[in-house]
Ligand binder design. Structure first.
Ligand code: PHE
Length: 341
């Protein structure tokens, strides 16, 4: 009898330990403690035992029943809690993005980069950033800039005229100089990056639209030296050079006197390359001292104030900085090109 009790207990312990769900535990309970369960059957056989046997095995049988009830209850509770925990964990770790196709990430256009960089440099020198209209009048694009009707300098700018007489797509950003002077009193310092248009045949280095950046500085006692120092400081910052030689040549623009072409030492070579056309100099920065007629057109007294102005090709500088060899790529929308930036 005692061996039977022992065997039942061992069997019970094994089965309970292996039960993986509350349902399985319930089946075990029925198999051992149910109406026809092995422990119940054993207990019902007690009445056939002798008094002596009842005394020894009785307590063992009772103990077996209690053990069985305890083990079964314990396992059932454990499994119920365990299932709840697992469900909570699953919910917590649920990732809605799993299986989503990867979205392509966009980024700024190279034009935006270069404009922001240039603005940052001039802002650090205390300049303002100005904007102006792309459709302009003859007055702002030519007349106020000392280029009256029939002036041969008009031929330098292959102008897109609109259907409205006297209106045009601005051929340069110098238009903003006049607007800025009309709205402010000296000292004045600002730049105007923006789109310009010229009726040009399109090739790798010419487009009918491109970006320029105008600069204007007006105050008392302004000299050519200030212009050169500004050009050099700006170019050094843009091309990230500690030193950068510049060279000055005379240049003609009706709105400045004297006028200059400022070249910088080639930033790509020491002895000549295709970018500098073997000369080691790159032409980058036209400028000059603002012509008295232009100051007057802007409402500023040229006997009291002087100023310098410049108007570099922003597209061209951007192409130099990023090593872009075809201007047509900039507005092409070609992903292969754009993805490099
Ligand atoms: N506006 C001139 C151009 O487009 C450049 C320039 C600006 C030159 C200011 C001198 C001073 O050619």
């Amino acid at each position: 009898m005692q061996t039977t009790i022992k065997n039942i207990e061992t069997d019970l312990r094994n089965q309970v330990a292996q039960a993986a769900t509350p349902k399985e535990v319930e089946d075990i309970r029925v198999a051992f403690l149910g109406k026809k369960g092995s422990i119940t059957v054993l207990l019902s056989q007690m009445k056939d035992l002798s008094l002596e046997e009842k005394k020894t095995t009785g307590p063992l049988m009772q103990a077996l029943r209690q053990t069985a009830e305890g083990l079964i209850e314990e396992r059932k509770n454990y499994l119920i809690n365990h299932a709840a925990q697992a469900a909570a964990l699953k919910e917590q770790l649920f990732d809605v993005t799993v299986g989503l196709s990867k979205a392509q990430q966009g980024h700024l256009h190279p034009y935006t980069h270069i404009v922001e960089e240039i603005q940052q440099i001039f802002l650090s020198m205390g300049y303002e950033i100005w904007d102006g209209p792309e459709v302009e009048t003859d007055f702002y694009n030519f007349g106020a800039l000392n280029i009256p009707q029939d002036h041969p300098a008009r031929d330098m700018y292959d102008t897109f005229w609109t259907d409205t007489p006297g209106n045009l797509l601005r051929t340069h950003t110098s238009t903003v100089q006049i607007r800025a002077m009309q709205e402010r009193k000296p000292p004045i310092a600002g730049i105007a990056p923006g789109r310009t248009f010229r009726h040009e045949a399109v090739d790798a280095s010419h487009d009918y639209q491109f970006m320029q950046c105008e600069g204007l500085f007006v105050d008392k006692h302004v000299t050519i030296g200030h212009l050169f120092a500004t050009a050099q400081t700006f170019l050094k910052a843009l091309f990230e050079k500690d030193t950068l030689d510049i060279r000055i040549r005379p240049g003609f623009f009706p709105f400045v006197e004297p006028g200059f072409e400022i070249d910088m030492r080639c930033v790509f070579c020491k002895t000549g390359c295709s970018v500098c056309k073997q000369s080691t100099w790159i032409e980058v920065f036209p400028g000059g001292m603002v012509h008295p007629n232009v100051l007057k057109a802007g409402g500023i007294d040229p006997t009291k104030y002087a100023g310098f102005a410049f108007g570099f090709g922003l597209t061209r500088l951007g192409m130099l900085k990023y090593g872009i060899d075809d201007i047509r790529l900039l507005y092409s929308g070609k992903l292969k090109f754009l993805e490099q930036f």
